[in-house]
Every structure is written in structure tokens, then in C-alpha cells.
Write a protein of this length. Structure first.
Length: 240
């Protein structure tokens, strides 16, 4: 299986949100909320953008506070000025000079302590005029709407969705090292339920089968009755 990043519909949705936030009118609306169910490529999508723009990532943690954020930024930037004022100024100047976006993964944890962690990061990105990308699961997204002060600062909301059959076909077309027939592509989409993480597992199964069979083209007939991928989250839910 090839390793490159597939610029699918979710990536295009995300980049549209980025373009809109960069063209925004209000400087204080630098936040983009990105959310979606497990397996749709949230982390992979924002990390690809981050790698292209040298973004700095802050990983959210339960009960995190501003000190944790400051430590993350000091580690990422190499800055370590003495004094709170000097430290805040140094971060703002650094991001304004380098134009690095900030990605805040598991951003719902930043809502604790009256959202002080998000406010601290927002002050930096507003000053530098760069995006602050907040990433979370679908079930957590609604929590941001409950915080009026945060909700009004969100300039774009981007929902990443499960893959369509066309998305699945593009994914296979770009990554498969063997030819996969249309009926098998449809089966991969069905079994994965449009989740890219499971599509990747299914494609690995297909390629292993093709190698064992010595085939350059593989069809659904070659894999009848084979479980191509396993939704472990669903399995865990059943065992609860």
C-alpha cells in the first residue's frame, strides 16, 4: 500500500474552512472547530495541513491549565523568557514573525478552568493573525456552543464526514498497489462504513490476499465471505 496523503472530500472541506478563516473580517475570530466521528481522518487531515505550514500542536489533556499550555509552547518554540509578561510577548512575537498556525488536539479539554487554555492560545493567534485549529470528537463539539464567549470567537466550523463510495474509490485508486475491481471497492466501503481507518485495514487485507493468490487484479469473487476489516469500537460497545 502506498503511503501518501489522499486529498479527499474531508481535506477539501477543511482547506475551505482555512481559506475562509484567513479571509475573515474580524481579527478575533481565528478559531476553526474541526470535529467528526472516529476513523474519519481528523488527526491525519489536520496533521497534513500542519506539516505543510509548520504548525505547532498542543495535545489536550484532562484538567489542563494555562501552565501546561505555556510549557508546551516553550518546548515547541525553544523560548524560555523570564516573567509572565515577557513570556506572553515572546510567544506573540514568535508566531507573528513565523506565521505558524496552532493545532489544539482533543480541544474539549481546553474548556476546563473557564476555557483559560483556549483563551491563552487565541490571544496569540489573534495577534499573529494565524488560525487556531480546535480538534475534537463529534460528541464533544456541542460543548463549545455552551460557552458563549468561545462560540462567538469560532470563525469556522468544519465537520469531517464518513467517506462516500466516491471517496472510497479515490482512496483505493491512489493507495492500492493492485487493481481492485468496482464490486470489491463497494464491499470495502460497505464493511468499513466509510471510515478511512477501517478502509486502510481492508485495503491491507485485499493486498495480502492478492499477493497470496498471485494476482495483479483482485475482485469480490476472490474474497467472498472474508471479513476485510474489524470495527473494534463497535465490538467494545457490544461487550459493555
Amino acid at each position: 500500500m502506498k503511503k501518501h496523503f489522499v486529498k479527499n472530500a474531508n481535506y477539501r472541506r477543511f482547506m475551505t474552512a482555512i481559506a475562509r478563516i484567513e479571509a475573515r473580517g474580524a481579527e478575533e475570530s481565528s478559531l476553526i472547530l474541526v470535529y467528526g466521528p472516529p476513523g474519519v481522518g481528523k488527526t491525519r487531515t489536520v496533521n497534513h495541513y500542519g506539516a505543510m505550514h509548520d504548525a505547532i500542536t498542543v495535545p489536550g489533556m484532562q484538567d489542563m491549565n494555562v501552565k501546561y499550555v505555556r510549557d508546551c509552547l516553550k518546548d515547541a518554540t525553544g523560548l524560555d523568557p523570564r516573567g509572565r509578561w515577557a513570556e506572553a510577548k515572546a510567544f506573540k512575537d514568535y508566531f507573528a514573525e513565523h506565521r505558524y498556525p496552532i493545532i489544539f488536539d482533543e480541544a474539549q479539554h481546553g474548556l476546563s478552568h473557564n476555557a483559560e487554555a483556549i483563551e491563552y492560545l487565541r490571544a496569540i493567534t489573534d495577534h499573529a493573525n494565524v488560525p487556531l485549529v480546535l480538534v475534537c470528537h463529534t460528541s464533544e463539539a456541542k460543548r463549545f456552543a455552551r460557552k458563549d464567549h468561545q462560540a462567538t470567537r469560532i470563525g469556522q466550523v468544519c465537520e469531517l464526514e464518513v467517506a462516500t463510495l466516491d471517496d472510497c474509490a479515490q482512496y483505493i485508486e491512489e493507495l492500492a498497489e493492485v487493481d481492485v475491481t468496482d464490486n470489491l471497492r463497494a464491499e470495502i466501503h460497505t464493511q468499513s462504513k466509510g471510515r478511512f481507518r477501517l478502509m486502510k485495514d481492508a485495503l491491507a487485507t485485499v493486498e495480502q490476499a492478492a499477493s497470496k493468490l498471485g494476482k495483479a487484479t483482485i475482485s469480490l469473487d476472490d474474497l467472498k465471505g472474508v471479513r476485510l476489516c474489524e470495527d473494534l469500537q463497535k465490538k467494545l460497545e457490544v461487550t459493555k
